[in-house]
Design a protein around this ligand. Structure first.
Ligand SMILES: [Zn+2]
Ligand SMILES: [Zn+2]
Length: 202
């Protein structure tokens, strides 16, 4: 990539990041996410469970149906998401814990975009409310639609393409990355962060 292009892109990323932080605070950059399923959590166990859940598998199946990506591509998309989680974990563990602990008394309902007290009764009441059920149906539909867009945009990204080529050759492109220049690594991170934005732009 040419130096000029790279610089322009970096500027764009910087502006975007400032806008995000202004709008959502620093929180979303520290949480663990699955950009396909619109899942975001502070708990590493929760996201790990998510990656092996039926729900996540169904999203991947849906993406594959819509995009006609082959099995290898779908496996790559999944591995990309898991590797991003591992990186977030190693880099931001301490900060994440601090930020997340302060949020522990409240649970965020992604479908309703609201916070509810995390007591069992209030969560149960919320899950059974007609507002929640209606929001959830809408949310699921949006999530399904956007998972396809996210997957497609990831696979058209030139950095991801290069990574996928390695993956096809049986190499582990996620490990190699660490050895690449810090700059490239930051780019890759930012690109993946961009994917996360789909679940913030609601
Ligand atoms: Zn998922
Ligand atoms: Zn809800």
């Amino acid at each position: 990539m040419e130096e000029k292009q790279r610089k322009a892109r970096r500027e764009k990323q910087k502006r975007r990041r400032e806008k995000e932080i202004e709008k959502y605070g620093d929180m979303h950059r520290l949480a663990f996410t699955c950009a396909f399923c619109k899942v975001r959590t502070c708990e590493d166990k929760e996201i790990e469970e998510h990656f092996s859940s039926t729900f996540h598998q169904q999203t991947l199946t849906h993406i594959q149906k819509q995009t006609k990506f082959d099995d290898k591509t779908i496996a790559f998309l999944h591995d990309s998401m898991v590797s991003k989680f591992r990186k977030t974990m190693s880099r931001k563990r301490v900060v994440t814990e601090e930020v997340c602990l302060s949020k522990v008394e409240m649970i965020h309902c992604m479908a309703c975009r609201t916070h509810i007290p995390s007591s069992l009764i209030s969560v149960q009441n919320h899950l059974q409310s007609s507002d929640h059920l209606k929001n959830k149906a809408e949310f699921t539909e949006t999530q399904r639609r956007e998972s396809v867009l996210t997957a497609t945009s990831i696979m058209t990204n030139p950095i991801v393409k290069a990574r996928f080529d390695k993956y096809l050759k049986g190499k582990n492109p996620f490990e190699d990355e660490v050895k690449e220049t810090a700059e490239d690594d930051q780019d890759a991170q930012d690109d993946q962060a961009e994917c996360d934005l789909t679940d913030l732009n609601e």
